[in-house]
Design a protein around this ligand. Sequence first.
Ligand SMILES: [Zn+2]
Length: 294
Amino acid sequence: MKDYLVRIVTKTENIRALACVTTGLVHEACRRHGTYPAASAALGRALTGGSLLGALMKTGQRVGLRFEGSGPLRKIVVEADSNGAVRGYVGVPDVHMVTAEGKLDVGGALGRAGFLTVSKDLGLKEPYKGMVQLYTSEIAEDIAYYLTESEQIPSAVGLGVFVEPDNSVSASGGFLIQSLPPADERVIDMLMERIGRMLPVTQFLHEGGTPETLLESLFADIPFVALEKRELAFLCTCTREKIEQVLISLCSRELSDIIGREGKTEVTCEFCREVYPFSREDLERLLGEMDSMQ
Ligand SMILES: [Zn+2]
């Protein structure tokens, strides 16, 4: 099954909902970053949450999520755009922690104290930024808390990532439900009760469930309209040209030092771990460009 997302709205337009499957893109991200299981679950949940928020952006806009916590993972950074492209990384990938019940301990890995910052590039000069304290550090509740508190849109979020003993990701997905004004309290209560009773997202996917059937089961007897279905993918925006710009932004002394010390260098993209090698000739050319700019 390819990664994709579906979006619906109730006929009364009081509630919108999105659901997605992200198994492939989360597996790809974890492979690239060499994450250990708890880090894989944390990164996967954040990538899935980012995919859901990205789908609410307009064409050309981007959303960034930055979780910073007191735990060994230190941080999770995710970016998503309106076209279904998502990328991300964790501060320390080789973190593995389990709870007393034997579950992957995402909250402990990220740490209970910290902040979630959401930035939105709306094409204006400065990106929009909102920040909340971490709520449970389990990712889904933190995103719901941010949306409800900071954006004033009452939201429910469910995210799940299943990491196999061999460290592969066999199921990943999630959903986001938002109440739009005027709030329909009766339907909200019904949905909250159904969310409380539903299977965990990963178990739902393991048993053959899809984003469509997930929403159909939650919205049974609630008339809704399917709005769209879009593909999702792990996709980075890095290019050799952008990395060159980073090198050029160093001062020329630093660049001369690299040339003098090692002759060549490698720059690794922190979002996707792609390695860009720069030979002595490359670096001397960049140094020449810097000198001609000054
Ligand atoms: Zn990259």
